[in-house]
Structure formats: structure tokens, C-alpha cells
Design a protein around this ligand. Structure first.
Ligand code: NAD
Length: 349
């Protein structure tokens, strides 16, 4: 790629969001600018900020912007309770067919229960029990005597997420993919996923090792010996549960970034919410969103910038001991931002 191409600005939608969202997005945008990240931001309101303006937490202008840029960095959005609002995250997943949810977990703060964790969970985001095909069956005068839910996994959807996981493993120098399922009991629903994933694995033979685990055993192994895992690929509901478990291995949601990747767009975010209890106090930890920005840099083909930013984050937290309250420190958002900027300054590109 030529130098001129590398410097071309990359249009991207920025959604500051609600609660601590504007505070942490400000910090992240400032740090990305100092890093020389080539994003040209189109800032759009979403969540409560947008309800106040347009009556909809996911306004057309925001959707249009993502349709144009196909790339977004999203602060946490408060989903209004009541008023018939559907989850903004589910609407975004559907609108842009964001079929892959990517959740890396890497130890940054040393001395926790588990050190040196470095694994990635790839969750199918559109199928499984999450399709929400549910109904009640009335029996003997009780209108809700039984509840039925149908899950749907397709061979095409299972292959697509497996290909994503194996491609990710190759591109990121990973060694092994573990397929997580419950095919011993849910023989059709998760059997089709296991079968499709093993079929996809054949194309990567000799390059990426493959094995599989039943979900309950995987959950136990994650706390007994998490180091055995490298990339995990699984269905929607199992991924939902295991991704929070792996966030717990590295110190909780405050350090957990996530990406939702699809054919039509990719959206990067912190896993945590809008933290209304600390909003406006200037003490929010911007690192989860900053780590999401690192994933975004890799996604747009700027791995060297991502690596430089991760190194600055590691040094700030580990060597300089600058940490926000949720990590046991006393730093404000601004102090942590300034410390990362100093580290970037002292490690020029
Ligand atoms: P939360 O993640 O906002 O907060 C849980 C706890 O973690 C709080 O004590 C909070 O102060 C703390 N915390 C979270 N992020 C932090 C950070 N960066 N730095 C320091 N402390 C942090 O979860 P919640 O309170 O259940 O949800 C609040 C709102 O966020 C709800 O409206 C919910 O719908 C929304 N939410 C949005 C997303 C999203 O947009 N991706 C995800 C989860 C929740």
C-alpha cells in the first residue's frame, strides 16, 4: 500500500452515547488523534441523547451515517426502559447483519486471580436461541401453562461464523480454535454447528489446530486452566454467557472491548454500559473503549498503530501505575488520558 493511501482519511461514525459515553469517547478521540489514527469522524447522537432530540434512540441519521461509513465506534447507549423501545444493540445487529461478535480477553493489570490471559471468543450474533421464536401454550385454563422457545442454527450461518473464527486465527497469528457446543444433548441445534465448524476446519488443516468442548466443560475449564484456550467459536447464547465469564478472568467489564462485525458494517464498542452512577464525575475508565479502538485499527489494516497504542496502555497501567478507581487507582479520566499521551510521546512511531 502506498504512503499516500495510508494517509487517506477513513470515514467513521462516532457515537458518544449516554452517561459516561461522552467522557470516554472524548478521551479516546484525543488519544487516537495523537497516535495519528486516520479516522475522519462523523459524530452522531444515539441512545437517550437521541431520544431527547428525535424521539428515537436509533435515529435515521445515525443509521444513514453507518450505511455510508460501514464503520463505527460506539459509546454505551442507555436503552430507555418502557415506551416500547427495542434494544438499540439488537436493532443495530439486525440492520447491519452483524453476524460476528468478537470479545478478546487479555490481562493488562497484573496480579489478579489469573495472569497472562490472552484469548478471544467469537460468538455467532444472529441465530440460535436468540432468534426469540417463543410462545406460551394454554392448558386447563392457565394461558401460560407452558413456554416454548425454538432456536435456529443454519448450516450457512454456522459455516460463516466458523470461517470468520479460523480467518481471524490465521490473520492474528493464533494457533488453535476450540468449537464450543452442546451436541451431546441438543443434537440437531448445536450438532449442525459442530459439524459445519469441523467441515470448515479442514480448509485450515496444518495451519490452525482444532478441537471441541461441550459448553459446560468449557465453562469449568475456563476457570481451571484458561491458558489452554486460544480462539473459541460458539453459538449465540453460549457465547453470551462465556464472553462475560472471560471478561471476569481479566478484571471485569471495565477492561473488556468488543466488536460486532458483519457484511455491511462493523461496530466497535466497550462491553460495559453507560454507568449512570459515575456519569459526569470525570472518573470513568476509558480503557475498554480505547481497546475497542485498537481492534478497529486492526480491522482497517493499521495493526502497527494498534500495537503502539496497546503498548502505551500497558506501560501506563503496569509501569506508571496510573489507574482509575475501578482498577483500584485514584486517577481521573483526564489524568489517565494525559499519562497515555505522555507514553505515546515518548515512543514515537
Ligand atoms: P454498567 O456497565 O453501565 O455499570 C455497571 C457498574 O460498572 C457501575 O457501577 C459502573 O459505575 C461501573 N462501570 C461501568 N463502566 C465503567 C467504566 N468505564 N469506568 C468505571 N466504572 C465503570 O451497567 P448497568 O448499570 O447495568 O447499565 C447502565 C445502562 O447502560 C443501562 O441503560 C443499560 O441498558 C446500558 N448498557 C448499554 C450497553 C451498550 O451500549 N453496549 C451495554 C450494557 C448496558
Amino acid at each position: 500500500m502506498s504512503h499516500a493511501t495510508r494517509d487517506t482519511p477513513i470515514p467513521a461514525t462516532l457515537i458518544p452515547g449516554d452517561g459516561i459515553g461522552p467522557e470516554i469517547t472524548d478521551a479516546v478521540v484525543q488519544i487516537l488523534a495523537a497516535l495519528g489514527a486516520p479516522f475522519a469522524w462523523d459524530t452522531q447522537a444515539g441512545g437517550m441523547a437521541a431520544v431527547d432530540k428525535s424521539g428515537d434512540p436509533l435515529p435515521a441519521a445515525l443509521l444513514d451515517s453507518i450505511r455510508r461509513t460501514k464503520l463505527a465506534l460506539k459509546g454505551p447507549l442507555t436503552t430507555p426502559v418502557g415506551g416500547g423501545f427495542r434494544s438499540v444493540n439488537v436493532r443495530l445487529r439486525e440492520a447491519f447483519q452483524l453476524y460476528a461478535n468478537l470479545r478478546p480477553a487479555r490481562t493488562i493489570v497484573p496480579g489478579g486471580r489469573f495472569d497472562e490471559i490472552d484469548l478471544v471468543l467469537v460468538r455467532e450474533n444472529l441465530e440460535g436461541l436468540y432468534v426469540g421464536f417463543e410462545h406460551y401454550i394454554p392448558i386447563a385454563g392457565d394461558p401460560r401453562a407452558a413456554a416454548v422457545s425454538s432456536g435456529v442454527n443454519t448450516r450457512a450461518g454456522s459455516r460463516r461464523i466458523a470461517e470468520f473464527a479460523f480467518d481471524y486465527a490465521v490473520k492474528h497469528g493464533r494457533k488453535k480454535v476450540t468449537i464450543v457446543h452442546k451436541a451431546n444433548v441438543l443434537k440437531a441445534l448445536t450438532g449442525i454447528f459442530l459439524e459445519a465448524a469441523y467441515d470448515v476446519a479442514k480448509q485450515y488443516a496444518g495451519r490452525i489446530e482444532v478441537n471441541d468442548r461441550i459448553v459446560d466443560a468449557c465453562a469449568m475449564q475456563l476457570v481451571l486452566n484458561p491458558w489452554q484456550f486460544d480462539v473459541i467459536v460458539t453459538t449465540n447464547l453460549f457465547g453470551d454467557i462465556l464472553s462475560d465469564e472471560i471478561a471476569g478472568l481479566v478484571g471485569g467489564l471495565g477492561m473488556a472491548p468488543g466488536a460486532n462485525i458483519g457484511e455491511d458494517a462493523s461496530i466497535f464498542e466497550a462491553v460495559h454500559g453507560s454507568a449512570p452512577d459515575i456519569a459526569g464525575k470525570g472518573i470513568a475508565n476509558p480503557l475498554a473503549l480505547l481497546l475497542a479502538a485498537c481492534m478497529m485499527l486492526e480491522h482497517v489494516g493499521r495493526p502497527a498503530l494498534a500495537q503502539r497504542l496497546r503498548a502505551a496502555i500497558d506501560l501506563t497501567v503496569r509501569q506508571d501505575n496510573v489507574r482509575t478507581g475501578d482498577l483500584g487507582g485514584k486517577a481521573t479520566t483526564r489524568e489517565l488520558t494525559a499519562a497515555i499521551l505522555r507514553r505515546l510521546d515518548s515512543s514515537p512511531a
